[in-house]
Design a binder for this molecule. Structure first.
Ligand SMILES: Cc1cc2nc3c(=O)[nH]c(=O)nc-3n(C[C@H](O)[C@H](O)[C@H](O)COP(=O)(O)O)c2cc1C
Length: 189
């Protein structure tokens, strides 16, 4: 009887320990100019405490009217941004949640530059994007194609029009998206 009990405990541990040791991680990677995507990334982190949070920082001052103009120029000229990001090394089966703003109907230049650097190649990625008013459907498709062309295994894009919404409204919307994406139900952390 004792041996049977020991056998069951050993068998259970042999199954559980490798599962924990090699569990895939989740990386919440965000860029923000005016705070919306930081709010979203932090909210997602409250739902997935084990996830790593990484900020893409623009080396250029993006504040004020001059920052707005240089951001618009990045988009018009399809220019890369000078960015600083922690040197992360996600594993191949990890999950990326990217939170990023839309500028001029395209992915804003700092996250676009980060994706181009190729660290996320082959990885599963969910995108949570924000825009002030509207993202043209065709432009969204172009963005999705571009992301896939960078070798990313894009799982879904969840867009939030933030104009006129309170942070609480946005968080509620994000909760719905997380459910829809199966990120909470699957317990992805
Ligand atoms: C340079 C620039 C261009 C923008 N272009 C658009 C746009 O084409 N359509 C739109 O609906 N919102 C646009 N926005 C609004 C942002 O997408 C929106 O405010 C977003 O939530 C900002 O995110 P953040 O607060 O994390 O920086 C633009 C904002 C900036 C700064």
């Amino acid at each position: 009887m004792r041996n049977l009990k020991r056998g069951i405990i050993f068998f259970t541990l042999a199954i559980l320990i490798p599962g924990f040791a090699f569990a895939a991680d989740t990386w919440i990677i965000y860029y923000t100019r005016s705070g919306n995507n930081k709010t979203i990334a932090e909210h997602i982190k409250t739902k997935m405490p084990a996830a790593h949070m990484v900020e893409i920082k623009s080396n250029d001052d993006r504040s004020g009217i001059m920052g707005f103009v240089s951001s618009m120029l990045d988009q018009w000229l399809d220019r890369d941004a000078a960015i600083t990001v922690e040197d992360i090394k996600p594993a191949a089966d990890d999950t990326i949640i990217m939170c990023a703003p839309i500028w001029l109907q395209q992915l804003s230049s700092p996250p676009r530059t980060f994706i181009k650097q190729g660290k996320l190649k082959g990885m599963k990625m969910y995108m949570f994007i924000t825009f002030g008013g509207k993202l043209n459907e065709e432009k969204q498709k172009l963005m999705e194609t571009w992301v896939r062309d960078q070798g990313i295994n894009l799982q879904g894009v969840y867009g939030s029009a933030v104009g006129g919404k309170t942070p609480e409204d946005i968080k509620k919307l994000i909760d719905e998206y997380l459910q829809k994406a199966g990120l909470l139900a699957a317990g992805v952390q």
